[in-house]
Ligand binder design. Structure first.
Ligand SMILES: [Cu+2]
Length: 228
């Protein structure tokens, strides 16, 4: 009975630790790290080939160079060697929530094939992952509604990758191009009408006064010749 109670006490004492480890997730009020993997080697990797430190910044300011986009990472593509260990520093420069999710990873190391960092506002997180040897392009994005569509999409290539993903800002063509309707207000229509009138008037005046213009041009030419 005593042994049983001691056992029960030990299990309950370990419970918070077990809870923290559950699903490979570390979470606090600032953000979350899910499925970080700093030391387990993929099956096809005898050892880590290289250590790559990557700083990835997220924010609206990084979307300014992409027409029609609202959110972006500061870099849209990374290329690493097979079996590379990537040490990511994820910095959110916005005051809103952003994620850095990498998809398509092997499920035996990364549940749901996913590595996930998240910051609820301005802040910074650090986590590592080890990539398999396969020549592949992994999707990197923020999964908050409309953030990927509005530009928060990038790609992580291993060994040059197996092609470009669509709709990567500045890299690949969008699957569905943005369409911006023209806002035809009375003011813009008036501007167009006035511009057309000026254009027509200019042509008409040129035709009507063609003789006069030729005379003026001739007199200027004569004066210039005299001055020589
Ligand atoms: Cu986001």
């Amino acid at each position: 009975m005593k042994k049983f109670l001691v056992g029960l006490l030990l299990i309950s004492a370990l419970q918070p630790v077990i809870a923290m480890e559950h699903g490979g997730m570390i979470m606090d009020e600032k953000g979350m790290i899910m499925n970080a993997n700093p030391n387990r080697l993929p099956r096809d990797c005898p050892q880590i080939s290289e250590n790559v430190d990557i700083i990835i910044r997220a924010g609206q300011q990084y979307a300014e160079k992409f027409t029609g986009k609202m959110f972006a990472f500061d870099t849209q593509e990374w290329d690493v060697k097979p079996c590379a260990k990537i040490n990511i520093t994820f910095i959110n420069d916005d005051q809103i929530r952003h994620q850095l999710m990498i998809h398509g990873l092997p499920g035996y190391l990364y549940p749901d094939g996913m590595f996930h960092l998240e910051l609820n506002g301005t802040g910074q997180l650090q986590a590592s992952l080890i990539l398999p040897s396969q020549k592949k392009t992994y999707l990197v994005h923020c999964e908050l509604p409309q953030h990927m569509e509005k530009g928060m999409k990038a790609q992580l290539k291993v060994d040059g990758g197996d092609g470009d993903l669509p709709s990567i800002p500045g890299i690949s063509a969008p699957v569905k191009a943005d369409f911006y309707k023209t806002n035809w207000s009375q003011f813009s229509l008036a501007i167009i009408a006035i511009s057309m009138l000026i254009g027509v008037a200019f042509v008409l005046l040129t035709v009507i006064y063609a003789d006069n213009l030729i005379t003026v041009a001739k007199s200027i030419k004569t004066r210039l010749n005299k001055n020589k």
